[in-house]
Design a protein. Structure first.
Length: 380
């Protein structure tokens, strides 16, 4: 037989499979109507597990794993169709509808905003990119920024979550689970690190360099050329510049922004020392209350999934079934549970999309617990 003959056989089988798949989905729709009439949930986990076990037992030995994967996906698609027909709701869908009605049409130009660090910090730059006239209050830690929002000291807070070269700010993601907040917008800020020193200091005079851990990671190639210099992490790049400016020792330098050189009277000894020219940090703007502004097309979630094989796969299959683009998947350990993780998701779809509404209504069936963090747009 030739390759075309084999392909012809596959085409014939695929046509039969498609016909059977359509028939199965039609029956699933009828089951959905019956369950709605009898007030039953879409997911019957016991029945599903028994069905998968039976199918695996009927499958040839060498195809058992493939059989399990195939029918798990088919069942996910079946549930997705049933949910689409039943229009599931949840407290989150109701809160989202309320926020869409009550949130103003325009993002505020001025507000009291909490940031971590001191004047000149990149979080302040992000804040000024988000608001035309912000009133910025600086706090010493990220934890304090979250607390300021919870206590109503500031309406908004601006927090870094990830960098294009150094990755996720893990400390922030760990704090997300501790605090009650909602994301209302995000923004990307171009980050250019410079070696700042007291006027007249030479490269050979430098003994210590201060900066934030993320900035240090972003400038690793440059720092490798200074093997005799001690690199010391601190809370913020602006705080690093302030330390260098206030120190009486001219051998103390900082990796910080160009704005900080002017602010603290320092010289730029070396400019743009980051490893990559395409260096951006993404910040989120958080609030205590849920606000969803027009144009919101990104959503963030935190979820705890059942600690069993296939739980993450089933969730990802649902994103796939709905045609929703997942842009970020982050896992962080849960200290109170041995080797279990909290998952963080960012995905792109309009908050007005029926697919978004359907997914939000299904979350309770896909996880042990979940937290809707907000829907928003990103300023670039």
């Amino acid at each position: 037989m030739e390759l075309t003959d084999y392909r012809g056989q596959l085409d014939k089988i695929d046509s039969e499979l498609l016909k059977l798949f359509a028939e199965r989905m039609d029956i699933a729709a009828e089951i959905a109507a019956w369950k709605k009439e009898n007030n039953m949930p879409v997911l019957d986990l016991r029945r599903e597990k028994e069905k998968l076990r039976t199918l695996e037992e009927q499958s040839p030995e060498e195809l058992k794993e493939y059989t399990a994967s195939l029918f798990s996906l088919i069942m996910e698609l079946s549930r997705s169709r049933q949910n689409r027909l039943l229009h599931p709701t949840s407290p989150e869908t109701e809160a989202i509808e309320k926020a869409l009605k009550e949130t103003p049409q325009l993002f505020p130009e001025t507000a009291m905003v909490a940031c971590q660090g001191v004047e000149g910090a990149y979080s302040g730059i992000a804040c000024e990119k988000l608001f035309a006239r912000p009133g910025i209050f600086y706090f010493s830690t990220f934890d304090a920024v979250f607390s300021a929002i919870e206590k109503g000291l500031c309406r908004y807070g601006v927090i870094p979550v990830e960098n294009s070269t150094a990755g996720t700010v893990n400390q922030v993601y760990d704090l997300m689970r501790k605090h009650d907040f909602r994301i209302v917008r995000s923004v990307r800020v171009k980050v250019d690190h410079n070696l700042l020193v007291k006027p007249g200091t030479k490269l050979k005079d430098i003994r210590e360099i201060y900066s934030h851990a993320q900035a240090i990671a972003q400038c690793s190639d440059f720092l490798a050329t200074l093997p005799n210099v001690k690199v010391i992490p601190c809370e913020n790049t602006a705080i690093a510049a302030k330390k260098a400016a206030e120190s009486k020792d001219p051998g103390i330098a900082a990796l910080s922004s160009r704005a900080c050189s002017k602010l603290y009277g320092l010289e730029i000894l070396k400019s743009d020392v980051q490893d990559s020219g395409n260096n951006y940090t993404r910040f989120i703007c958080i609030s205590k209350n849920l606000e969803i502004y027009p144009g919101a097309n990104r959503t963030s979630l935190m979820m705890v999934l059942p600690h069993e094989p296939g739980s993450l796969y089933r969730l990802l299959s649902r994103f796939n079934a709905l045609g929703i683009n997942l842009t970020k998947l982050e896992s962080r350990p849960m200290p109170e549970r041995s080797f279990e993780f909290m998952f963080y998701f960012d995905f792109d779809t309009s908050v007005y999309s029926p697919r978004f509404v359907q997914l939000m209504g299904e979350l309770k069936d896909l996880s042990e617990e979940y937290e809707y963090l907000g829907s928003y747009s990103e300023v670039i």
